[in-house]
Every structure is written in structure tokens, then in C-alpha cells.
Design a protein around this ligand. Structure first.
Ligand code: NAD
Length: 369
């Protein structure tokens, strides 16, 4: 069965890291006998320049017709003076909204080879593997009424959820927990907020459908501390939009660099896959960008859209092998550690390419005996 992937590389380092991710997907297709079809489309600043809008209709149509959308990043200094709805970032918000994904998956894992890169102690982050499931379409970011009344010098936002909105994202978390360590931590502020009390009741309701999965509730303030002190305690963490935004960024320190972090947004018409980092205009075009976040994002696309879990795991293993071998882009190079070799974006992509080829070849020859 063919899989149609829409590639929206965007601005800055977006095209550089996305090219490496697509190369890796091509290896998977070639060696695994899969039919992956890629089409490239404009988004962000490049789309403003050539089509006058950050999300051209042709891009949105192609995204909606695809089996998965892989984005690079958008944004650039030359657009900073534009009003928010005309900037490249507006394209990102528009496509997220149009695709309708409500569950944002953000893994936070410790790479064995990068144990010394995190500001946290290596023994604290060892073997950490957390999957955040952040509700993406509700809560404070979208709730009405919202306003800043400059006459009265007051401002307000509304945190609002319906039971159904909580139930659908909780189900995603429990389903994912079933494929992992079968534990869900639901994060709220139920000691103060009514909306959190509803959240807690709805998640507890869903838990009854999953007797094989353990559910615990945590308050967001103490959870923020436990994520830094005992991160291995966590498996799947489900939480509302604002809390998820803050906690998943906090947990990003475990991986050591923004350039290593993948994400996926699922549950809508088509899933959207983006590395967590932005367009990094400060290093665009210098070959310094770390492509591993984009490559791990491509692995998520195989896992959640193409249902090719083994292939996704092979990409993740290849990334770990390359790190174990000491290859480092500038963002993850640490002066005081022996055995590291500085590589460019392209070279890093090629090392993952060859590790993956070797892994798949070995697996296939083992199947053959
Ligand atoms: P950024 O993520 O682009 O960069 C922050 C810092 O991290 C920079 O020093 C950058 O060099 C470094 N960095 C980021 N990704 C890296 C990688 N893969 N390898 C090595 N180093 C990396 O965030 P920013 O500087 O705040 O924003 C720059 C532009 O990107 C802005 O226009 C912003 O609006 C946009 N942005 C876009 C997205 C997105 O497209 N999803 C997300 C965040 C920011």
C-alpha cells in the first residue's frame, strides 16, 4: 500500500534537517520494500515570498490528501515586523488548526551517549523515557471570553474543557500506555480549579476501560518537581494544554538539546509531525543544524501514521548507535568529553543512513536463516 507523505520544509534550518529526515525515510522504503511517495510544498516565509500567504491553499489541500505531514520549521527575522496573522508562524497555526489534531505527543528521553549533556545528573536521567500527551485544542489558549481591557487595566482568559474533550485525549494516552509500561500520570490542579476537577473525573472514567493500565493523578506543581528529581517514575503523562506546554519544555532538558526533540500531533484528519525546534536563523545555511530531531520525528510518522513500528524503532536505534559512536553536531558537542567527532548536518544524516542500512540488512539476513 502506498503512503503519501506531504513534506513542508519551511524556513531557516527547516529544509536542511527535513532533507536528512526524508533521506532516512527513503532508506526505509528501499530496504523494506515500502512504497513511500513524497511531495514537497511551501509553508511559512518561503510561501509568503512566492505565494503571498504563509499557508497557500495548494499546501493545505496536499496536506489534507496525504497520509502524514512532515514539517521542518517556519519563521525568519525578515518577517518579524509583520502583524501576527501575516507572519510565517501564522501558517503553522493555520495548518495545525485545519488538520485538527488534538493530542500533541512529545517524547522526552535520555540518550545514553548524551548523559553528561543534561544539566541534570547522569544517574537521575538514566533510562528516562516519558511520553507527554498534551491536549492541544482546548484550555486557556482557546477559551472564551478572553480580553485585555486597557481602559480598566484588566485582562482575562478562560480555562474551559468539556468532558468529551478530556475523554478523547485521555483515550489516546491510555492506548499509548498499553504499548509501553502501562502507566498513565494525569496532571491537573484539582485542589484549586474546577476545570481540573472535571478533568480528573473524566480521566478516571476512561481509566475504567483500561484495567490493565495504572492511573495516578498528580498536581501540576509537585509534578514539575518530580519530573526533575525522579523522571524515571513517569511513563505516559496526559495533561491539558497550558500545563503540557510548560512541563514538556521543562522535560526537554533531559535530552540535552532542542535539536534532538521530535513531536507528533494526532487525532485529526491527518497527523502532523514536527521537530520541536524552530527555524534557527542564527545557524541556517552553516551546516551546524542537528537533524536528529527531524529524523526522530520521521520515525514517529512511521509509527503513528504508517503503523511501521519496527521501522520506527530501527531509526531510533540507528540514532543511538551514531551517538554512541561519538558523532556530534555542534549543539551536542561537549568540550570535555573524549571520543567525540564534530560533524555537519549532512554528515550526521549520512551516519544515521549507514547505521540504519546496516541494522535493516542484519535484521533481514537474520530472517533469512
Ligand atoms: P529556535 O528553536 O529556532 O532556536 C533556539 C536556539 O536553538 C538557537 O540558538 C538555535 O540555533 C538552536 N537550535 C534550534 N534548533 C536546532 C538544531 N536543530 N540544531 C542545532 N541548534 C538548534 O527558536 P527561536 O530562536 O526562538 O526562533 C527562531 C524562529 O523560529 C522564530 O521565527 C520563531 O518564531 C520560529 N519558531 C518556529 C517553530 C516551528 O516552526 N515549529 C518553533 C519555534 C520557533
Amino acid at each position: 500500500m502506498p503512503f503519501k507523505f506531504a513534506i513542508l520544509a519551511g524556513d531557516g534550518i527547516g529544509p536542511e534537517v527535513t532533507a536528512e529526515a526524508v533521506n532516512i525515510l527513503r532508506v526505509v522504503a528501499e530496504l523494506g520494500g515500502h512504497d513511500f511517495q513524497f511531495t514537497q510544498h511551501l509553508v511559512g516565509g518561503v510561501a509568503i515570498k512566492s505565494a503571498g500567504t504563509p499557508l497557500p491553499t495548494a499546501t493545505l489541500d496536499a496536506a489534507l490528501e496525504s497520509d502524514g505531514v512532515l514539517m521542518g520549521a517556519v519563521g525568519g527575522n525578515e518577517f518579524n515586523a509583520l502583524p501576527p496573522d501575516k507572519r510565517p508562524e501564522a501558517g503553522l497555526l493555520q495548518i495545525r488548526q485545519a488538520l485538527g489534531g488534538f493530542a500533541n505527543l512529545r517524547p522526552a528521553f535520555a540518550f545514553k551517549a548524551l548523559g553528561e549533556n543534561s544539566p541534570l545528573r547522569a544517574d537521575v536521567i538514566k533510562d528516562v523515557d516519558i511520553l507527554f500527551v498534551r491536549e492541544l485544542l482546548g484550555g486557556l489558549y482557546f477559551g472564551e471570553p478572553r480580553a485585555w481591557n486597557k481602559d480598566t487595566h484588566s485582562a482575562w482568559n478562560t480555562m474551559r474543557y468539556t468532558r468529551d474533550e478530556v475523554i478523547r485525549v485521555a483515550r489516546v494516552a491510555f492506548e499509548l500506555a498499553r504499548t509501553r509500561k502501562k502507566k498513565v500520570t494525569s496532571v491537573d490542579k484539582a485542589n484549586v480549579l474546577e476545570v481540573s476537577q472535571l478533568w480528573r473525573a473524566a480521566v478516571t472514567e476512561v481509566a475504567a476501560e483500561y484495567p490493565d493500565v495504572t492511573l495516578e493523578h498528580q498536581l501540576v506543581d509537585s509534578c514539575a518537581m518530580l519530573l526533575m528529581s525522579v523522571p524515571r517514575h513517569f511513563d505516559v503523562v496526559v495533561t491539558e494544554n497550558l500545563f503540557g506546554d510548560i512541563l514538556s519544555d521543562e522535560t526537554g532538558v533531559i535530552s540535552g538539546s532542542l535539536g534532538m526533540l521530535p513531536s507528533a500531533t494526532i487525532g485529526g484528519a491527518v497527523n502532523l509531525y514536527e521537530p520541536v525546534h524552530g527555524s534557527a536563523p542564527d545557524i541556517a545555511g552553516t551546516g551546524k543544524a542537528n537533524p536528529l530531531g527531524a529524523i526522530l520525528t520521521a520515525a514517529m510518522m512511521l509509527r503513528y501514521s504508517a503503523k511501521l513500528d519496527q521501522e520506527a524503532a530501527a531509526i531510533e536505534a540507528a540514532v543511538n548507535q551514531v551517538l554512541d559512536a561519538g558523532y556530534r553536531t555542534a549543539d551536542i558537542l561537549r568540550g570535555n568529553q573524549p571520543g567525540q567527532q564534530l560533524v555537519t548536518t549532512k554528515e550526521m544524516g549520512l551516519h544515521v543512513h549507514s547505521a540504519l542500512t546496516h541494522l535493516i540488512d542484519t535484521r533481514q539476513s537474520m530472517h533469512g536463516v
